[in-house]
Design a protein around this ligand. Sequence first.
Ligand code: GLU
Length: 525
Amino acid sequence: MASKHNNKIRVRFAPSPTGAPHVGNIRTALFAWLFARHHKGTFILRIEDTDTDRVVAGSVETILEALDWLGLEVDEGVKSFELQVSSQRLVSLWPTSFKKEKNGVLQEVGEYGPYFQSKRLDIYKKYAEELVAKGHAYYCFCSEERLEQIRKEQEAKKLPPKYNGHCLTLDAAEVKKLLDGGEAHVIRMKIGHEGETVLNDVIKGEVRFKNSLIDDQVLLKSDGFPTYHLAAVVDDHLMEISHVIRADEWLPSTPKHLLLYDYFGWAKPAFAHVPIILGPDKTKLSKRHGAVSILDYREAGYLPEAMFNYLAFLGWNPKTDQELFSRDELIKEFDLDKVNKANPIFDIKKLNWMNGQYIKKMTANELQSVILNEAKRSEGSHGLILGSFANAQDDALKKVVKLAQERMEKLVDFAPLTDFLRQDKLDYDAKILIPKGLSQTQCKTQLQTALDVISKIEAGDWQEEKLRKTFLDYCEKNNVKRGELLWPVRVAVTGLANSPDLFAVMDILGKKKSIERIREAISKL
Ligand code: GLU
């Protein structure tokens, strides 16, 4: 793949800290990260905080938390050491273990800093002025009112909104006078409006842009801050970025960037515009479609491993039927040439399925510790309430975890799936006690029989497998259809028409509670 700088792969995730990181942004970060890991390159986090009106305090921390949750370690740029501690719970599941090095500070690591754009204003000013000196940019003194006037005129003529080049007519002496007089100004790109600018995108292939449609983009604003365009190009160059991996929605900006590289006389990085994630209605994924903040998925009980796997599939395809990929497998398989041009659809059902698969793959021990840690981390805020199990001894809790594991799709399913174990009195319709083919009286008799069978079981034998054997032996010896005896008992002890294994449930409930519940069922009939 063509790239500059001696084929050293250096990619950056360059979010603007404007709030909670969106699923789409993190998917793009994940692609960049996988690409970096696949090619043994460097993954850089640069914070694009030059649009001061839109900066939201705390966003950088949330971005780091999201990257950390998914195990997307930052090699260079902005890092936080404290947050990485949360990943320790994943040690058994992830190949990487994280170390606690410093407490809660945002650190900048690397030789190309600063990595916060707001700390690089002098650099952008220098380069903007360099372009003016080279004749590729110019000072513009137009007031907001004049710009508004231009916009209105263009609108009336149904022309695309573009700066009309008014300040290009100023001669050098006039410009100097205005600058010396402290007149407010911006610096604009001076675009030669003839011809075309051609992008050879790694994913999209050749894309051509008519220069006549490109605006004389503001590069440096009157407050001395750069626009995204200038800052991104200058930084991608100075930070020796080999591949600019970003979402397709930035494509309209790319011709301006390509021209800037030419004006500066710099080698260009490779560009890879990754497809945009859509909602089920094929419009861009947004709040209307449900949660879009990546950390909301943690609150909703998704595992980082599953989210990682799922996000990798949003726009990428291994070209085989395999869907479950470990992180190492993804690093091995992922490359930009397998990224699709078509926009992927965020399918929550698929994510749920995948998360369920990851839950099933865990050992009960792993799942138990993830549930406990997650309940603790979230302080119960996302409904992972363990109730009386929070203090349960390890073994007791493990049995409950095992019982729920098969049916869990998300961590938060644990509480509702095991609620029936905690309730004092079960609330269900007596009708569901009666299996097909039995009358109410026959059903009652089966429950009485169950009480007799149970009464002969010693307390020391109250254990899932022994219970199973006792009941099944009883059915065999007495020619009783298993379903006719076990169905009502199962409903009696769980209160549910669809429930987990009867003997596992009775084991957890204990003899006393099991008997109580069967008696209660008899009284209902
Ligand atoms: N700051 C831009 C964003 O928030 C970065 C776009 C790019 O990667 O060039 O997505």
